[in-house]
Design a protein around this ligand. Structure first.
Ligand code: GLC
Length: 591
């Protein structure tokens, strides 16, 4: 196999032909891999369940339908708990299941303490939590604090008159002039963030759709009402919350215009910087209050934040100055790297794994808002291999991993072909530049039967063609499938101490193609090396085990992709096929 050398360590006992290849390929003087392992953060010492858990996001409309109406539901999820258990999942985050007009498919809530009938009943919910608990799977709810539905009784009251007791629960303002909104703020989902209400002749503010009016978090009654919501679900046995859109919770009280940027967006609006509607400092005091509320409950409830922070400094702030805000802030820097690049991932992981708050990183690549990783990162040729590599990256880091349903079977994004088929309103508004998010929300692919086993009715979104090949039933019986690769990875993460609690250190820091790292326990008794070839060419990588403190050590392969693809040449050299994965244990003393 033609290989290109990636690392620069040359052991004196190298076979001559290989040595020549290496010498030709590496200009300049050899640079030894340094032992850079640092003990940091509480990850190796604390025993919070959420540091060791594998989280799995379920989009309930699309996971499993149990009553033939074409929409997934709670009983459907319950019927698949054994599958999730077998996969190795420890916690499921279910996107909103509350009563909702479903304008934003559940993110427009009209009652925070009930279940939407299309998903089932409260008894179904309690049953799900109980059954999950039996399998040691925790349930995480989606908490949407920024806005309600315009059909929520609070908003109906608020909009009924200017002197209604709930008027101030939302953001109402006069227009700049009667026919113009109060300022230039734009909705994330297109056009003005202000909608005129003819009954009371004022505008209300909405960061998202007009049907999602923003709550006024400066009003103490709003705070208390929403804290009560958290308590309601914690009493029902949930293990925590994913907090939706938390950076949008406050707006500038002076309503200053946002700065304009060049160009226009997919909706034809001028680009603006959301300076006065995003990340206002008051967010942090509120996050501390959320944390206090959940801390009233036993079981170490967790808060996971959705906030696409622009850099590590802002992300780090979410942990709180005294680690008293969010335990697991979603890392959108890693999620949105959007290309496989060893230097880029090395930088991003260096930042987050060694963050100044010593907080536990939380990583993911796919979710219900962005195209799936199979396509988003894929190059059109190596997508399967690349998706496996991303699985290995996700599940071998010190960070807590979150999967998105279907990722484990290699599901791809399948956007609607025609505007008239679009269900997500942003796709209707932004077509064709913005096709909306239907593509990443298609039904889970369970088997080769009609509608891939998702429903006996007409599925709310069509089942992709690829379901015939990529589905749970087919993959379960193929040892080389995505599904079995994920299972092996999760089992490794669970069973190997180095992956469970080991510190993280990047290896071979100058390698442009292969992202390699060491996970090892602070007592040095357990160590695992991971090498991910992020290039379309075969690569050769070498590890200086003695510099890492493993004299006469050797590498023992634990998992590789493709299986048998990585070749180990003792004592620490490995050749990797394009987008190959190599995970090996360091055996300290071999005879
Ligand atoms: C979050 C959700 C997204 C929703 C938006 C408004 O970003 O993930 O799906 O549309 O908030 O609630």
């Amino acid at each position: 196999m033609a290989v290109r050398r990636s690392s620069s360590f040359l052991p004196y006992c190298f076979p001559l032909p290989l040595l020549l290849v290496i010498l030709v390929a590496v200009p300049g003087s050899p640079q030894r891999t340094k032992l850079t392992t640092r003990v940091h953060g509480p990850a190796g010492s604390g025993d919070h369940w959420w540091k060791h858990a594998v989280f799995y996001e379920i989009y309930p409309r699309s996971f499993q339908d149990s009553n033939g109406d074409g929409i997934g539901d709670l009983n459907g999820i319950t019927s698949r708990l054994d599958y999730l258990k077998d996969l190795g999942v420890d916690a499921i985050w279910i996107t909103p299941i509350y009563p909702s007009p479903q304008v934003d498919f559940g993110y427009d809530i009209s009652d925070y303490t009930a279940i939407d009938p299309q998903f089932g009943t409260m008894a179904d919910f309690d049953h799900l939590v109980r059954e999950a608990k039996k399998r040691k799977i925790r349930v995480i709810m989606d908490f949407v604090p920024n806005h309600t539905s315009d059909q929520h009784p609070w908003f109906l009251a608020s909009r009924s008159s200017q002197d209604n007791q709930k008027r101030d629960w939302y953001i109402w303002r006069d227009g700049r002039v009667p026919t113009e909104p109060p300022n230039n703020w734009l909705s994330w989902f297109g056009h003005s963030a202000w909608t005129f209400d003819s009954t009371t002749r004022q505008y209300y503010y909405h960061y998202f759709y007009p049907q999602q009016p923003d709550l006024n978090w400066r009003n103490p009654e709003v705070r208390e009402a929403m804290f009560a919501v958290l308590r309601f679900w914690l009493r029902r046995g949930v293990a925590g919350f994913r907090l939706d859109a938390v950076s949008r919770l406050f707006e500038d009280p002076e309503l200053r215009d946002d700065p304009m940027l060049p160009g226009t967006n997919a909706y034809g609006d001028p680009n603006i910087q959301h300076k006065y509607t995003d990340n206002l400092p008051e967010v942090h005091a509120l996050l501390r209050d959320f944390r206090k509320v959940v801390s009233e409950f036993p079981g170490d409830p967790v808060l996971i934040s959705e906030a696409d922070e622009p850099n590590i400094a802002e992300l780090t702030k979410l942990y709180g100055a005294h680690n008293d805000e969010i335990q697991l802030p979603m890392d959108f820097q890693v999620a949105d790297a959007n290309r496989l690049s060893a230097p880029l991932f090395r930088t991003l992981f260096e930042e987050v794994e060694h963050n100044a708050a010593s907080g536990q990183p939380y990583i993911f690549f796919s979710n219900h808002d962005q195209p799936r990783q199979w396509d988003r990162y894929g190059d059109g040729i190596h997508n399967d291999a690349m998706a496996r590599l991303m699985a290995a990256l996700l599940l071998t880091m010190q960070a807590t991993p979150q999967m998105y349903y279907g990722e484990e079977i290699g599901m791809r994004t399948t956007p609607p072909a025609r505007k008239e088929d679009v269900r997500d309103p942003i796709g209707k508004l932004g077509w064709p530049a913005e096709k909306g998010r239907d593509g990443e929300r298609t039904p889970m692919q369970w088997d080769t039967s009609a509608n891939a086993g998702f429903t006996s009715g007409v599925p709310w979104l069509p089942v992709p063609e690829s379901a015939k090949q990529y589905n749970v039933a087919v993959e379960q019986s193929d040892p080389e499938s995505f599904l079995n690769f994920y299972k092996r990875l999760i089992a490794l993460r669970r069973s190997r101490l180095a992956l469970r609690i080991g510190n993280y250190a990047a290896l071979n820091p100058n390698d442009e193609n292969v992202f390699s790292y060491l996970r090892r326990t602070s007592d040095d008794r357990h160590a695992i090396i991971v090498a991910l070839n992020m290039s379309p060419e075969a690569q050769f990588v070498s590890f200086d085990l003695s510099a890492l403190g493993f004299f006469a050590g050797a590498l023992k392969t634990l998992l590789a992709s493709p299986s048998g693809g990585a070749e180990v040449q003792p004592p620490g050299q490995v050749s990797l096929p394009p987008y190959g994965v190599f995970i090996a244990e360091i055996i300290p003393h071999v005879q």
